[in-house]
Design a protein around this ligand. Structure first.
Ligand SMILES: [Zn+2]
Length: 337
């Protein structure tokens, strides 16, 4: 719900994944190329890899990994693909944001072999020691998860405060549908397991907001009326951006979840304000309505400042801040009663 800034540390951990894929796809485009499967293809491929390893002008890092892991088998499979995968990948790299906005599409039918290869890159390869020793930091994906769960709420729901053990790495655009994005850095978002594993799963709605690119909280505000939490858009928000926000809410089932689990937090917040104000005014005789209003305003302002300090750290700050604003706009009629 709040933007996650892509930091230099994140880039240093995950950035090398992108270079690794580019290397592999460049190599897939080079000779030898395979069209019909034969028994000796793997031998031919390994021979080529060994030649390149001895060639001092070639600095591909993946060569070492390929000879020592199953990677070579998957590279062989990619060499049967008819598509130019490198240019497809580069197109995705250039158009990732346009894809999210639905201004660019990819209608390629990806083969089962290609999907399996990229699934292997993500599920096995990048978690392995050989890959990490050669390509990046040791256990970069684990560190990436650690970095993003430190004192942070889930960027999707802002409901769960994330902990290392209860967070997972989500493929914002599902890798099952767009396998080339399986280890594409900006497609990897650390989120709570409720959002990622239980609610979003393999779904995709476009156009959509993305936590690395959009300040979602600047497009809408929460309202709490007649016991229902809903959202409204600021006037300046375009129709397209409204659709992107709505799809984000739909993808993570946020309205239902907020209504089910967050209302009691708002009730608690209101009670806290009432309690604090009553404590301050209970000994004042003949207090006027204006004075009560003044005290409430002070209390709301203090709370607003307090909660603002913990945006992205404490759960539900967006909801709470919007609720405080709403109470102020409604001249705290509810509170005074
Ligand atoms: Zn979440």
């Amino acid at each position: 719900m709040y933007k996650v800034e892509w930091s230099a540390k994140m880039e240093s951990l995950i950035g090398p994944y992108h270079e690794f894929i580019v290397e592999i796809l460049e190599f897939v485009n080079q000779e030898p190329k395979f069209s019909i499967k034969t028994e000796s293809d793997l031998e031919v491929l390994v021979k080529k890899i060994k030649e390149l390893k001895e060639d001092e002008s070639c600095n591909y890092k993946f060569l070492d990994v390929a000879t020592r892991t199953n990677l070579k088998n998957y590279i062989r499979d990619l060499k049967y693909e008819g598509e130019n995968l490198l240019s497809k990948y580069n197109e995705f790299n250039i158009n990732y944001r346009e894809f999210l906005s639905k201004d660019w599409e990819d209608n390629t039918q990806y083969s089962k072999e290609l999907t399996k290869a990229f699934e292997y890159f993500y599920t096995d390869l990048i978690h392995g020691k050989i890959f990490n020793d050669t390509v990046g930091e040791s256990n970069a994906i684990r560190e990436f998860r650690e970095e993003l769960t430190l004192e942070s709420t889930c960027p999707y729901c802002d409901y769960h405060e994330m902990e290392f053990d209860s967070a997972s790495v989500d493929h914002f655009i599902p890798k099952s549908q767009y396998p080339l994005l399986a280890i594409f850095p900006q497609n990897l978002v650390v989120a709570c397991t409720a959002c990622n594993d239980r609610i979003k799963k393999e779904k995709l709605y476009l156009p959509i907001m993305h936590p690395y690119f959009d300040n979602l909280d600047e497009y809408f505000y929460f309202t709490y009326k007649d016991n229902i939490i809903d959202i409204e858009f600021y006037d300046y928000v375009s129709i397209k951006d409204r659709e992107k926000v709505k799809n984000f809410f739909k993808l993570f089932n946020l309205k239902e979840r907020y209504n089910k689990y967050s209302k009691r937090k708002l009730i608690k917040l209101k009670k806290e304000i009432q309690r604090n104000v009553i404590k301050q005014i209970k000994d004042i005789e003949n207090i006027s309505i204006d004075e009560v209003q003044f005290k409430i305003r002070e209390e709301l302002d203090d709370l607003y400042a307090d909660i603002s300090k913990y945006k992205k750290i404490d759960a539900l700050t967006k909801l709470k801040l919007d609720y405080l604003k709403q109470m102020k706009e409604e001249c705290f009629s509810d509170l005074i009663s």
